[in-house]
Design a protein around this ligand. Structure first.
Ligand code: NAP
Length: 341
């Protein structure tokens, strides 16, 4: 019996080529804008497939996994996997993979671009110049220094989540002579051993930082990690950058903090209820808003697709994939039943 991989979204060509070269059977489908289809359509398609290559724009809940007792794995296209119910997957004996590493530098680039654009109000000034209002005068677009600036004071960059992307952002700050502090409880020892970076608990990091950049995963623990209490701790001149996941920040509380000038500005790539924004957020002058494009370069998205395809092929063949998120699955009775051993 031939087994099938389901790709329910428009996959970059580099990933398709890997699937083609491996001569595996693939079912492609997608929603009207290239996105993953609704749960009912997904369930119907999963019934005829053995491995799912999922994308973060739609949740993969337990009822999707339950639809097919022979589902051999879920390969996520993305390093974050909060879209997948991992606890259920593990319990049901379904391995889940992600695509770490290949998007680290690209996402750090975007975080840095957003930090600079937000501090110096680049998009606002660009729109003003394009609008033809410049000759009328009146706008100066005062921004915030990233480097030492006129006061010659090194600015403090606070990084929440000092993993691959957090560290890559820290590297980018060196040219700006910033002082880097980081919060990541499991990596406290690594942070303390990293030259030029100092560990802080979350409250101290928020109090001291001129820029706060979020790079932790979305988990039950990090949901609304920043809310009204945390915004009160921040400097009124501080800038918040979030390129991790929207629900790490209480978006309504952020809107209030920006409106009341409790913090100076925010640069966001991710939102609590994507693609919808908290009403009022897009009308603020002190925000720069991007549509979740952290890893969006052709090369990087292609490499993510390659990794997801390779992981899917391994799981289709009952082998251990490279980027396994729930390794405890292997050897479990539930997994062995799924692969028919
Ligand atoms: P990573 O290497 O796993 O780094 C995340 C770090 O955060 C880890 O060191 C992790 O520790 C730490 N952490 C976990 N819980 C924490 C907490 N409560 N407080 C502070 N730190 C905590 O992951 P990455 O590759 O850097 O990616 C980070 C996140 O970026 C992903 O999860 C994803 O959601 C997001 N992302 C977004 C885009 C985009 O398009 N905007 C693109 C790529 C990635 P442990 O490992 O011990 O848990």
């Amino acid at each position: 019996m031939s087994r099938k991989i389901l790709v329910p979204w428009v996959m970059p060509e580099m990933g398709r080529a890997v699937l083609k070269k491996a001569k595996v059977e693939v079912a492609f489908l997608h929603g009207p804008r290239g996105e993953m289809p609704d749960t009912a359509t997904l369930i119907a398609a999963i019934l005829k497939s053995d491995v799912l290559i999922a994308r973060g724009d739609r949740a993969v809940p337990r009822k999707v996994m339950n639809a097919h007792p022979g589902l051999r794995g879920i390969a996520n296209y993305g390093v974050g996997y909060n879209n997948i119910d991992i606890a259920s997957a593990t319990e049901l004996g379904i391995p889940v993979t992600n695509t770490p590493g290949v998007l680290t530098e690209t996402t750090a680039d975007l975080a840095w671009a957003l930090l600079m654009a937000t501090a110096r109000r680049v998009p606002q000034a660009h729109l003003y110049t394009r609008s033809g209002k410049w000759p009328l005068g009146g706008k100066t677009f005062m921004g915030l220094d990233i480097g030492p600036g006129g006061s010659n004071r090194s600015k403090v960059l606070g990084i929440i989540g000092f993993g691959r992307i957090g560290q890559a952002v820290a590297r980018r700050s060196r040219g700006f002579k910033m002082k880097v502090i980081a919060y990541d409880p499991p990596l406290k020892a690594l942070i303390e051993a990293t030259r030029g970076v100092t560990y802080r608990d979350l409250e101290d990091l928020l109090r001291e930082s001129d820029f706060v950049s979020i790079h932790c995963p979305l988990t039950a623990e990090t949901h609304h990690l920043l809310g009204p209490k945390e915004f009160k701790l921040m400097k009124p001149t501080a800038v918040l950058i979030n390129t991790a996941r929207g629900p790490i920040v209480d978006e309504k509380a952020l809107l209030g903090a920006l409106q009341q000038k409790k913090i100076a500005a925010a640069g966001l790539d991710v939102y609590e209820k994507e693609p919808n924004l908290t009403p009022g957020l897009s009308r603020l002058e002190n925000v720069v808003l991007l549509p979740h494009i952290g890893s969006a370069t052709e090369d990087t998205r292609g490499q993510m697709a390659v990794l997801a395809a390779k992981n899917a092929i391994a799981m289709l063949r009952g082998k251990r994939p490279k980027n396994i998120v729930n390794p405890e699955v292997f050897g479990s009775a539930a997994y062995l039943r799924r692969i028919g051993e």
